[in-house]
Design a protein around this ligand. Sequence first.
Ligand code: MG
Length: 251
Amino acid sequence: MNMKCTILAALSVLSFQPLFAQEINRSKGDPKLSEYYEPAAPIVTPGRTSQDPPSDAIILFNGNDFSQWKSEKGSPIAWTLENGAMVVKGGSGGIRTKLAFGDCQLHVEFRTPAEVKGDGQGRGNSGVYLMDRYELQILDNYNNKTYVNGQVGSIYKQLPPLANASRPPGEWQTYDIIFIAPRFYADGRVKSQATITVIHNGVLVQNNATIWGGSEYVGAPVYKKHGEKEPIYLQDHGNPTAFRNIWIREL
Ligand code: MG
């Protein structure tokens, strides 16, 4: 055996030995050592369909009233209630929840107008703002082109969606969102950025994506220190986009 072969043989023994030892431990060890029971995962009764709120959800809109919401303009909400949905009244301003949230799982159903008007960003535009400032775009992108980082499923002007899962205008669509809030140091520096996962109509469009700051129309996103919990905000972008069945679970 020459020197090269000797070294290779020694290396192979060294590299395989730990694996071999591990296999022995697995077959002889106590499996209970790697099992634990506390703290138990809380029992949550799922809805009959994935759209129905689970037992521990906070219902933000069930079709009946605006009791969980207030207008950004301080006046009574001018959006209309129609057949269990709330419909944006263009020009009246956005609405935000009375309660504030940080890390959360949020379910929102939306419907862009059946009557197609406008194009690009002007068609069925609204948005779900996590913590009042990180916009998950709502837009009618069914055969409607716009900049990819501003289309439905994007984090506006930051993160394009992994897919365009749009349903046609006038049909109800779902967003299931998992949002982890950013953390800040006392002096305002960012300790950890926000992350978001979004499933649009059952299709993953944001996969634990890192958010780079508050949504800005002009210029780069930027973080500004804010509370540990902030309201959910729904945008009035002038189009009669509708919402129904909104619920949230705090994480
Ligand atoms: Mg928008």
